[in-house]
Design a protein around this ligand. Structure first.
Ligand code: ADP
Ligand code: ZN
Length: 681
């Protein structure tokens, strides 16, 4: 057990340093385990708050906490954010100059560091090992621990050697953290990092603030995307994923042409271009990155408000990881996806064509089936997604499209039979478009040549329109009743699974085809919901101030304050520094550095919104009440000190403030002065 003193220390640090009131999920337990010298394996969803789990113990325990992370691009921002709250943090990686490295090393030797971020390849160098051997170490934190897994997509060979840490420094507690480990990966982490004695914490995978929505592409995906962004994400940061580089480039150009700040990102761009676009995404507000999946690993930006897919990801793991980049700050975010028949065909083809062995292909096929099944769901998407990760959600979530607008299902058996038998009658040699034409009874020269205008299924499908048929074919392919043969130019073929349906032994209930409309009932207005309200002005004013402060220091805006913190300011409108201190995300250091700045913004807003003509004396009084000294008010307002005192004298006369408040002298002293002056007169 953590002695009471340490427990209260952890709670105090949470409040005074980070400005938060309560621990989340299992943070407190994990911190306790580490502070007491035990090892931890923590599985927490993205945005769950993993960092605090090692940051706070590093502050409580003697010595420096060593954080191993493969995400070199992030270290600067992480360290900036920590320095903002007064934590002595630094990093060592290949981006530093030799002098900078020396400075960090000497700080470490002189016990001037609370936290040190290190790239894994550097950690195991003799120089680093000896540096650590000569310092007091608080703990080791191994971030993105799933990188030890050889089977995972983020495998880092250096991670395999991290067990050396334990052999070399057996008394230093370790914490391994990840957001993506399934049971086998979890076992691999424990084994490779020698964490057999670690306490395992699993926080579940749910990301309740993300709203999942999946729509079918009826040929106007880009317009739908634009409408979605304009309706719901004006000025928000977001990521748009596309399958190919060309689609990325086209989409970025097209969105830019519509007045959005959209930047492409894919492996075909030069390193500088990629870095530049990533930096703008992190630092500017409202930038949209259009990317292949090459983008995202290690994007730690907390205020990504939406992730949109213009193509189908190839597995639910990929979908979960990519959508997971939205809303790390816990505020509402959207995962929006549009997929169509062509996606299904392309992915099935890519898979069959890949030259991996049959065992691998089987796994990939299974994963794609799960992804397709997820798209076709008529029940809660979140429940299904969590089930896939062996997690459990009792009730439908109420925050996905199927919960918000339950899709209608219909008995599609008869239509499916027509479709399947039309595939059969045309010889299993044609693609979707042709078969649909036959069903609709559209004839042309080719069809006449093949004599398909004479077969029994010609024109039997006029009850449904073309898009509805395409929709049905996609479902039949998704459900595995039809197969697409790539060798034969995408021709459709019946599978074993189609037979019971054709023979009438199995009925088929499917999601009803819904024509794309302008309805947006499952949508919501921006993350803040302020877009139209009176608070929008205050929100914008606070964001503007934040952007100015961030630019002055060359850090991303969220390093100053998160959106959630600004939103709380909008809601609670603090009027003094002590009220400001109660806002979540305002710790002591930030209160000191920025409290006044933001109070001024709020006061100005309140004055304006009361429609009073700006009363200059009242303005001074307001600032004075916020705790600013006369000097500070004078320079802030660009007025002379005499003017400020004149304003304050008037306020004293009006009884708005007292003389002791203004002069800082107590009542007794003031009375003495009064008497002295009167005696002189
Ligand atoms: P992860 O690494 O798990 O994705 P982070 O450590 O970056 O998540 O935390 C996500 C966000 O949640 C950060 O902005 C962090 O400051 C915030 N956060 C973490 N713990 C708390 C808490 N107890 N109360 C409020 N906010 C928290
Ligand atoms: Zn749901």
């Amino acid at each position: 057990m953590l002695p009471d003193k340490n427990a209260s220390t952890a709670q105090q640090l949470l409040h005074s340093v980070f400005g938060y009131n309560r621990f989340r999920l299992q943070q407190e337990e994990m911190i306790r385990q580490l502070v007491n010298g035990g090892d931890v394996l923590g599985l927490m969803p993205t945005g769950g708050g993993k960092s605090l789990c090692y940051q706070i113990p590093s502050l409580i325990r003697d010595g420096v906490g060593i954080v191993v992370s493969p995400l070199i691009a992030l270290m600067q921002d992480q360290v900036d954010a920590l320095r903002q709250v007064g934590v002595r943090a630094a990093f060592l990686n290949s981006t530093l100059t030799a002098e900078e490295v020396l400075a960090v090393e000497s700080a470490m030797r002189n016990s001037e560091l609370d936290l040190l971020y290190v790239a894994p390849e550097r950690l195991l160098m003799p120089r680093m090992i000896s540096l650590m051997a000569n310092a007091k170490l608080a703990l080791f934190a191994i971030d993105e621990a799933h990188c030890v897994s050889q089977w995972g997509h983020d495998f880092r060979p250096e991670y395999m050697q991290l067990s050396i840490l334990h052999e070399r420094f057996p008394d230093v507690p370790r914490i391994a953290l990840t957001a993506t480990a399934d049971a086998p990966t979890r076992r691999e982490i424990i084994q490779r990092l020698a964490l057999q004695g670690a306490k395992v914490f699993v926080s579940g995978f749910d990301r309740p603030n993300i709203r999942y929505r999946i729509m079918e592409n009826q040929g106007n995906a880009r317009e739908q995307l634009l409408r979605f962004i304009r309706n719901e994400h004006e000025n928000d940061a977001g990521i748009v994923y596309c399958l190919s580089r060309k689609r990325v480039d086209d989409t970025a150009v097209w969105l830019s042409g519509k007045g959005l700040k959209a930047l492409p990102y894919h492996a075909g761009l030069s390193t500088e271009q990629r870095q530049q676009h990533q930096a703008r995404f992190l630092r500017e507000e409202g930038v949209i990155i259009v990317a292949t999946i090459a983008f995202g690993m290690g994007i730690d930006k907390p205020d990504v408000r939406f992730v949109a897919h213009l193509n189908l990801p190839k597995s639910l793991e990929a979908y979960y990881q990519e959508t997971g980049r939205a809303g790390r700050d816990g505020l509402p975010a959207n995962a929006w996806m549009m997929y169509g028949l062509q996606d299904v065909i392309t992915l099935r083809q890519m898979q069959e064509n890949s030259d991996t062995d049959e065992a691998h292909k089987r796994i990939e096929r299974h994963k794609l089936d799960a992804m397709l099944g997820f798209c076709e769901l008529t029940t809660c998407r979140r429940q299904a997604l969590l089930r896939y990760f062996d997690d459990h959600l009792e009730h439908p979530c109420g925050n996905c499209d199927t919960c918000l607008q339950p899709p209608e299902t219909w008995d599609a058996t008869e239509a499916a039979q027509k479709a399947l038998s039309c595939v059969h009658r045309t010889g299993q040699r044609f693609g979707v478009n042709y078969v649909v034409d036959v069903l609709l009874g559209k004839t042309d020269e080719r069809m006449q040549r093949f004599g398909h205008d004479q077969i029994s299924t010609f024109g039997i499908g006029k009850a449904l329109e073309q898009n509805a048929w395409r929709h049905l074919f996609r479902q039949l392919i998704s459900h595995g009743l039809l197969r697409v043969d790539i060798e034969a130019h995408g021709s459709l073929q019946l599978t074993e699974a189609s037979r019971p349906v054709l023979r009438g032994e199995q009925r088929l209930y499917l999601r009803k085809f819904v024509k794309a409309s302008k309805s947006k009932s499952a949508s919501r207005k921006g993350s803040t919901g302020y877009s139209q309200s009176a608070d929008a002005r205050l929100w914008e004013a606070l964001r503007k101030r934040r952007a100015e402060l961030a630019a002055q220091q060359g850090v991303p805006a969220y390093v100053i304050f998160h959106d959630a913190t600004l939103m709380e300011m909008v809601e609670r409108q603090p009027k003094s520094l002590s009220q400001m201190a109660n806002i979540s995300g305002v710790g002591e250091r930030k209160l000191d550095a920025y409290g006044e700045d933001f109070l001024i913004v709020i006061t100005n807003y309140l004055n304006e919104s009361h429609d009073a003509p700006v009363d200059t004396a009242a303005e001074t009084l307001n600032l004075f009440r916020l705790g600013m000294e006369a000097n500070a008010i004078a320079s802030q307002r660009d007025l002379s000190l005499a003017t400020i005192y004149a304003h304050l004298a008037k306020a004293i006369q009006n009884g708005d403030v007292s003389l002791p408040e203004v002069t800082g002298l107590d009542e007794g002293v003031i009375n003495m002065l009064r008497n002295a002056i009167e005696q002189h007169e």
